[in-house]
Each structure stands twice: as C-alpha cells, then as structure tokens.
Design a protein around this ligand. Sequence first.
Ligand code: HEM
Length: 83
Amino acid sequence: MVNIYTLKDVSKHNTKEDMWVVLHNKVYNVTAFVPAHPGSEDILITRAAGKDATEAFEDINHSELARETLEQFMIGQLHEDVS
Ligand code: HEM
C-alpha cells in the first residue's frame, strides 16, 4: 500500500525537526538528513521544507548519489489532483 499525501499535508512538516519535501511527485521525510545536507541545512529549510522542491533540486544538477540517498526517506506519493 502506498501512502498518498496532499501538498497541504506536506506543508505541515516544514521545520528542521520535522521536514517533508516533494520531489517528482514523491513525498520524502528528510528530517534525519537535514543536518547532513552538503548544500547546507539552511537552504533545505528555506527552499524545500514542506514544499514541492523539484525545480530547486533539479536546478543544481544533484548527483546520482543524492538521488540514491533520497530513496530511504520516501514515505509516499503526492495526491495527483492537488497542486
Ligand atoms: C531533500 C533532498 C536533497 C538531497 C538528498 C540532497 C543531497 C545533496 C547531496 C548528496 C549533495 C552533494 C552534491 C551531490 O552529490 O549532488 C548536495 C549538494 C547541494 N544541494 Fe542538495 N539535496 C537535496 C535537496 C536540495 C534542495 C531542495 C536544494 C536547493 C534548494 C539543494 C541545494 C544544494 C546545493 C546548493 C548543493 C551544492 C553544495 C556545493 O556544491 O557547495 N539541495 N545535495
């Protein structure tokens, strides 16, 4: 069973202590990763926390390693009718 979340659900998790993010219609709980982000934790909090950060993520050409790192944090998918 896949968990389905709306952007409203995701937006409630927008802090350093509890951070979800949407990338390519998948929802990730990246709380544990925030302090380890090579691009700084601040940039994640201000640009990605509780949001769809697909564009910001792709803008800097993240590596395959970054994409693989993400997999362990996936918690579900974005509701397709809610933008
Ligand atoms: C939440 C998912 C994310 C993961 C797992 C992640 C992971 C990483 C990793 C592993 C790197 C090292 C370089 C590489 O391997 O590509 C990196 C660098 C970086 N990330 Fe992210 N990132 C995420 C989201 C973001 C977002 C949303 C932004 C922008 C708003 C961002 C901005 C940056 C920047 C600017 C660097 C470059 C740091 C430098 O080269 O000095 N990241 N990220």
